[in-house]
Design a protein around this ligand. Sequence first.
Ligand code: SAH
Length: 348
Amino acid sequence: METEHPDIRSMTESELAEFMAGLGEKPFRARQLYEWLHVHLAESFEEMSNLPAALRAKLSESAVLVTLRPVEILTSKLDGTQKYLFGLSDGNVIESVLMRYHHGNSVCISSQVGCRMGCTFCASTIGGKVRDLRASEMLDQVYRIQKITGERVSNVVVMGTGEPLDNYENLLRFIALLTDEKGLHISQRNITVSTCGLTEKIRALADEKLQITLALSLHASSQEKRKKLMPVANRYELGDVLDSCRYYFEKTGRRVSFEYSLVGGVNDTPEDAAELHELIGGMNCHVNLIPVNPVRERSYVQPDRTTVLKFKNILEKYGINVTIRREMGRDISGACGQLRRSYMTDRD
Ligand code: SAH
């Protein structure tokens, strides 16, 4: 962001109070402003009707109000899933997804512009990482979607573009603001953070003792296979990654989710399933199988339905909790990061 002005939607309530005091404003004005930012989900200072015009003018000169601009919204005719392409103030675009379930609306947000983790099946990583998202830019994906649809968002998954634990401080700030009882007050239990497995950050997150769900992108049952799919595995031994997940469970009491993208002919055999059981059997966990979403730039294919079901049955036979991820919004451009990717290539 070009401007050096403070980003007020990223401020905690006490930081905002301090900022307003610096402007010579009374504490109740800070509370009103906080409510405009995090309850009314205001887009601009102008709409903050109970603030005096002079204060609104002063704020627009001394602070930045981060509000995302919807560039494109695609709606699935099959299940009502929506994909949002949002523009940021520096011209970058990011992608978010709204999924409508019986238990409520869930929003999948991006944590970075691009990603530097390099997973070989993922579209988000193709152009590398451009930059981290600010807390306000993560929050406003949820805020804009709630505002545009007029429907309450009850669940948030940090599973869009980017590696959230590679943007750790902003992630924690985002979670604090999103769960704040004076803001949208989304329950910590309704937030999931997905990581490719940065073990030192998983341990740090565990020490925060939050009640959020940790999802680990496992995708392979041996170090060798994992390295082929996920370059990040060159830095972290699988055993250590799983130890950090055990530590997360010990500290928080929250069952860890393992994500396993099934890639045809790569990690989908009965032997892979048996090896997976060897690896995680006995852990208090849940396995989410995701038939890989083919990405235009990559050559991976989905296994057929029988192979997927067989894989699931083997894990179930071992007593492992397992589900196959329901595919949402199939008709509105498949996998993570593909909408942003196609938007960028169309403009190249
Ligand atoms: N960086 C984080 C979160 C973003 S990706 C992480 O690695 O977990 C969210 C999930 O989608 C991860 O499990 C990721 O491996 C998976 N994913 C990415 N591209 C995919 C694709 N083409 N098909 C299936 N799953 C994919």
